[in-house]
Design a protein around this ligand. Structure first.
Ligand SMILES: *Cc1c(COP(=O)(O)O)cnc(C)c1O
Length: 397
């Protein structure tokens, strides 16, 4: 019955990861130790950052990045509503206030041209999100941050391999945070990392990820017991050796998997750009895409019907994202209403994420596309309006 199902995502962890975890199980240290240090070294090299701090989630990484920069009660942080809720809730966890700025219609990324209008005397930082793996315009964001003396923290949960104008995540910011959650390009089930080029920040983040203790459990196991102290208020966010063991073998497949996703992304684009009712992802000049998600835009009046049709044909899909400001909690706590960030709403209301993972077969991509086309054959005249808008914008670049 289920033979023909196409999953939304499938991890490719297997024999190399089993062997790597088996090695850790032979050692006495399961928590943060040498394997985490090995992961941190490789990840820093990959991103060209001086330091990596392994944590248990991207959300935790964003939270302690804010705290390490002294951001808290009464401070404002500018971010995007077109993201997973964790971007905004990390700001709330730090005691600060998320201030949303609308997005670009073509990419769904934070619109750098709209940031300055949202800056107030309480603004302390900008938190851009590299949506679907396409980086924001970090050079512009950095320029604005410098002019107004703001910190920059990147939510790079979607972007490890992506670059823009030769810039890597973490290169122009104070910290960049990554996610190794179950469906991310690199995964260990649950996990995350922070990169930074600032030694003082790196030291502080290591304290904050581990209760604010000045010695780790692994230090004590290796060196023998000596008194430790709690020197700061800290959290329990330290990545452990088992998580690191799951991540390490994946570095060897990183480029190969990126290439596989690139081929799938391009095949999807090739087929679906010929369908007038669909907008395919728009990629800006100077962008090397990270290829995390493949998200199309359709007429928002038909979006949920498209989802049902795909699901009833055995094709799993997601929506990334329904905008954060319209979640019940944000509406009731902050009084947001539909219309507050119209471009993000338009973008989110038309978005459908199609199945996308490295071992996906080209024939599966073609079947997804054929099913989408079948659906729209019922609505030959239903053009995606926002679509034309995006196409015009992208040809003008
Ligand atoms: C997955 C995700 C997060 C949260 O990552 P966790 O590791 O699950 O905390 C944050 N922001 C974005 C954009 C994400 O996609």
């Amino acid at each position: 019955m289920n033979i023909d199902k196409i999953p939304f995502y499938q991890h490719d962890l297997g024999a190399p990861e089993l062997a790597s975890v088996a090695e850790v199980l032979k050692s006495p240290i399961l928590t943060t130790g040498e394997t985490v240090a090995n992961f941190e070294k490789l990840f820093a090299e990959l991103l060209g950052s001086r330091y990596t701090i392994g944590v248990t989630s991207c959300t935790g990484g964003l939270h302690i990045s804010l705290l390490a920069l002294g951001i808290g009660e009464g401070d404002e942080v500018i971010t995007t509503p077109m993201t997973f809720i964790a971007t905004a809730t990390s700001i709330l966890e730090a005691g600060a206030i998320p201030v949303f700025v609308d997005v670009e219609p073509e990419t769904g990324n934070l619109d750098a041209n709209k940031i300055e209008a949202a800056i107030t005397p309480r603004t302390k930082a900008i938190m851009p999100v590299h949506l679907y793996g396409q980086m924001c315009d970090m050079r512009s964001i950095k320029r604005i941050a410098q002019t107004h003396n703001l910190y920059v923290i990147e939510d790079s949960a979607h972007c490890v391999e992506g670059r823009r104008d030769g810039v890597a995540p973490g290169e122009l910011s104070d910290t960049a945070c990554y996610s190794f959650y179950a469906t991310k390009n690199l995964t260990c089930g649950e996990g995350g990392a922070i990169t930074t080029n600032n030694e003082h920040l790196a030291d502080k983040l290591r304290l904050l990820r581990s209760h604010g203790m000045n010695k780790t459990a692994s230090d004590r196991a290796v060196e023998g017991y000596s008194h430790w102290d709690m020197v700061e208020m800290g959290w329990k966010y330290n990545m452990d050796n088992i998580q690191a063991a799951l991540l390490l073998p994946q570095f060897e497949r990183l480029e190969q998997n990126w290439n596989k996703r690139k081929i799938l992304f391009e095949r999807y684009t090739e087929i679906l750009s010929g369908v007038s009712q669909i907008t395919v992802p728009q990629i800006k000049a100077g962008v090397v895409h990270g290829y995390h998600l493949f998200v199309i835009q359709v007429d928002k009046g038909l979006r949920d019907q498209v989802i049902s049709y795909l699901q009833s044909n055995g094709i799993s899909v997601m929506v990334n994202y329904r905008p954060v400001h319209l979640m019940t909690y944000f509406r009731t706590s902050f009084g947001y209403n539909p219309g507050d960030f119209p471009i993000a709403e338009e973008f989110g209301d038309g978005a459908i994420s199609l199945p996308f993972f490295p071992q996906m077969q080209i024939t599966q991509v073609e079947r997804v596309c054929a099913t989408v086309k079948d659906f729209f054959a019922q609505f030959p005249d239903r053009k995606n309006v926002s679509n034309d808008f995006a196409r015009v914008a992208s040809t003008k670049k």
